[in-house]
Design a protein around this ligand. Structure first.
Ligand SMILES: Cc1cc2nc3c(=O)[nH]c(=O)nc-3n(C[C@H](O)[C@H](O)[C@H](O)COP(=O)(O)O)c2cc1C
Length: 163
């Protein structure tokens, strides 16, 4: 369940890499480009859905919660420092969605296909953002030939429901 789909209220959805789940406060951490359209939609707080599927377990998790974007705080600095230099390289490029005449990574030529140095990466920090999603409800669904099973969880409470 490493790459869920994150859906925003503007009827858009995209795959994102899950970086961390904090079971204390039911918060998911994602990394993204501060210049991306979803960051403008989410801002300081907006509802999102996060959809996971485990093909082996045949389990779907439909999470709903509140997302917020964090650019400057210590939490974003820490996430930035802990990220691999190749992962941080994405934030050196042109903003997501810029039109080009040919296929393009948007990356500067001197880092394309190469691991950038810490010095080269310094200007990319301002384009990096953390997206935190605090889950409010989770809909668990398991496909089974014995009959599908489903339960709805809120923090502190679980309830079986029909599939
Ligand atoms: C496997 C996979 C993983 C991805 N991981 C991320 C990610 O962690 N963060 C991110 O911002 N975009 C990620 N993307 C790109 C997004 O799906 C999306 O195209 C991009 O963020 C622009 O989204 P937006 O236009 O809705 O802002 C990933 C795409 C794929 C295919």
């Amino acid at each position: 369940m490493h790459t869920p789909v994150v859906a925003t209220a503007d009827a858009d959805a995209r795959v994102m890499v899950l970086r961390e789940f904090n079971p204390e406060n039911w918060t998911l951490r994602f990394h993204t480009d501060a210049r991306s359209p979803k960051v403008a939609v989410i801002g300081n707080g907006a509802p999102v859905a996060v959809l996971f599927y485990d093909q082996t377990e045949k389990v779907q998790l439909r999470c709903r919660g509140l997302a917020r974007i964090v650019c400057d705080a210590a939490i974003a600095d820490k996430a930035w420092q802990e990220s691999d230099t190749f992962a941080r390289r994405c934030y050196l490029g042109a903003p997501p969605g810029e039109e080009r005449d040919e296929p393009s990574s948007g990356l500067p030529k001197d880092v394309e296909g190469r691991r950038p140095s810490e010095e080269q990466l310094a200007p990319a920090r301002e384009n990096f953002a953390v997206m935190l999603v605090t889950i409010e409800t989770m809909d668990w669904y398991r496909l089974s030939s014995d009959g599908h099973k489903r339960a709805i969880f809120t923090r502190g409470k679980g309830q079986w429901v029909t599939p």
